[in-house]
Design a protein around this ligand. Sequence first.
Ligand code: NAD
Length: 435
Amino acid sequence: MKRIAVMGTGYVGLVSGTCFAEIGNRVICCDIDEQKITNLKKGIIPIYEPGLEDLVKQNAAKGNLSFTTDIAAAIQESDIVYIAVGTPMAETGEANLSYVDAVAKTIGENLNSYKVVVNKSTVPVGTGKRVYNIIHEISGGNQEFDVVSNPEFLREGSAIEDTMNMERAVIGASSEKAASIIEELHTPFNTIILKSDLESAEMIKYASNAFLATKISFINDIANICEEIGADVTKVAEGMGLDSRIGKKFLNAGIGYGGSCFPKDTSALLHIASSVGYDFKLIRAVMETNDIQKSKVVKKIIDVFGDIEDKTFAILGLAFKPNTDDMRDAPSLEIIPELLKHGAKIKAFDAIAIEEAKKHFGDTIDYYNDVYDALSGADACIIVTDSAEVKELDLTKVKECLENPIVIDGRNIFDLNEAKKHSLIYHSIGRPIVK
Ligand code: NAD
């Protein structure tokens, strides 16, 4: 059993802390957000993540997991301190390290014994050394400690599953002692451990996210060409994916990537490259393609309707992906304001994210927990997120609900023949239009 403090109880900190408790450690999750900690103490979970609530409650009841705003005490009572605070995009496009710096300072002020400080936040190469220097300076340099980079690869919507069955753990450290403590911590996960230096571990995270974003933009570019030449991108992707060197994952054409990681991490990597005088043209193009792709749905709507003033659209999906309430960089945040600007009315469906979405859209749109209620009387169905409820839509019922049988699908959910069979006018991404 290890004594762990986790700094930052957000998507990453809460999930990792809970999973470390689940494998038998004593974990204290810390946050500066008092409301969040008060709620967690009462068993109210601040985010939606499948399986998280049960796991938090079970481990809290066992005494393995606790929550506090007394960050100083939590650090002093722990041997491993994880940093899992946000590293949002600064106005310049770089990663904003102010939260990481603040935590490093607090650790320095409370360094009462040897500790391994582990950075789980996604941070530019060199941040491990920066954290080391802050702690060293603030603590006065008399107490031994080490800094490790252990980047996080979980996906929102399957975060518990991804952590309990992690594909790999990357452990970047300058000391063998610290690396073996973090390796031992990961033993119960029975995963592949890759040990490296600090800088390489930090780079692995950015390179991985940038590569996945590249796959998405690549297939979206192919989709855009397919639309012009009359090919079907889903068939193209299927054929490509059968090649084991390529693989079929992340080859779904759509309306581009969003969420809290890919946009900021590609941008941060571009800055990391330019900070050493390297013009990373490929990632710049990936980002440009994504920006263009995000406007595709609105463009298709306007192509179909011309004037959309007073038209009503059912928007299916508000969060950036299924099974989460995370609205950070969600495509709906661009699509809905653009449609409202043109005078359209919005009936929005999301099974999980409505409360979060209200913080962004307020009463400018109508919200529905039932997908058919959202579709009822709308001029068209606009698919933004490929949630289970949307994938399982009964197309006969969809047609009955809609004012016009028009579906604009940003996620290529339905088979073209199915759409034809139901006499829908069906527009998707990189595939022929069904009329
Ligand atoms: P988040 O915004 O959900 O959570 C961050 C938490 O840190 C917040 O609760 C905030 O109140 C808290 N915090 C801020 N300053 C603090 C301080 N000084 N002391 C204690 N707590 C403090 O962020 P997140 O989505 O969990 O992301 C955290 C990091 O993990 C980021 O670097 C992100 O890029 C990376 N990451 C995120 C994901 C993901 O899917 N969300 C996946 C992999 C990596």
